[in-house]
Design a protein around this ligand. Sequence first.
Ligand code: SAM
Length: 295
Amino acid sequence: MPKTEQWQWYVEEFSPTETHSHAIDEVYYAGRTPFQSVGVIRTPVFGKMLILDGDTQSSQNDEKIYHESLVHPAMAGAADRSDVLILGGGEGATLRDVLRHPDVKRCTMVDIDGKVVELSKQYLPEWADGAFEDPRAHVIIGDALAFLKTDKDRYGVIISDLTEPLEDSPSNILFNHDVFKDIKARLADGGVYVLQASTAGFHNMSLHAKMARTLRAYYKHVVSFYTHVPAFDNDWAFIACSDRIDLSTLETAAVDAYCAQLKGENYFYDGQTHRRIFSLPLYLRRELAKPGETF
Ligand code: SAM
């Protein structure tokens, strides 16, 4: 192993005073699309990584922790999984995990950035693992905002796998009351809407709490859950919304029975993991109970 000073580094800034540095083995792509800056690199510990606007999106060696958490609790709790919608989802791993369930007849994925999808197919094919070629996949390159305004279908599961709604991000326009209303209108009765919902790291839970607070105006059950994602060097949070089911109450045996229906084996998620990721520490429960800003 070369010494520290001989490496090139990718330094992810969580805030002006907190960073995580990844040594770089190889840079496959570094450039800008009309929507965001894109990096595709390889690091010694995490393997290949996708970076958008300076933020790690996923890594080869631990992406299953993120994607299984995002997809499977919602799918396990959904009454109808035949038609699923993904907002964002560039790398294709969310699509892959949805299509692992035999009930799925169609999965529509809408990502604004064709270049990110193209780079993922070229450099990160392990993520989609053939999902882009599955006849049930319906991939639309376009703005999720425009899609939600024109689409007339209703989905048993809607998964938001968008970049964080930071000021310059193309996802920023998707976090407001109008769009939350549009998403609810596209959700079938009793359906589940799940979103990747920023960090639950103790240093910065405010964006996550703001999302949860806002969504409570739309759904009977708005449940946060989280897991540590090593490549993010952060506790990563998700929110599951539904009028029918509180996902935290799913029984271990029911989750295991759902997982047994999936094609291939899970890496991270099962009944026991479900209990762990839906058990929130006191400081996070307190933060979520506080009144505060909404979108
Ligand atoms: N795991 C990720 C994270 O940590 O933030 C999110 C994964 S995925 C790569 C995010 C995708 O959202 C990107 O491919 C980006 O192009 C897409 N996206 C951002 N804004 C969008 C919009 N307005 N409409 C559709 N897709 C959008």
